[in-house]
Design a protein around this ligand. Sequence first.
Ligand SMILES: [Zn+2]
Ligand SMILES: [Zn+2]
Length: 95
Amino acid sequence: MKIKNISGTSELDCVCGSWLKHWENFSGKTATYCGEQYCTETKNLVGAHVRRVDISDSNRYILPLCAKHNKSKEELEVFSKYTLVSANTGETCEK
Ligand SMILES: [Zn+2]
Ligand SMILES: [Zn+2]
């Protein structure tokens, strides 16, 4: 699937403590590597705010990306098995 970073997102963390932790809490997985399909980075991961660009979907999601890919303004191809977690805290941790 293809995603793009959402620029200008709030840097405020949610009640999970960080967006990476938010992703782990709701995916039930541990973030171990960057979601970009050719990236081998396993350190400096952040919970990036992204949106889908391959389908019509206005939702915002959290996906673990490395610091470099978190700054990317390009469309990124990510592993299809990587779970996207909703960035809408009203539907997740602040329900
Ligand atoms: Zn959260
Ligand atoms: Zn990366």
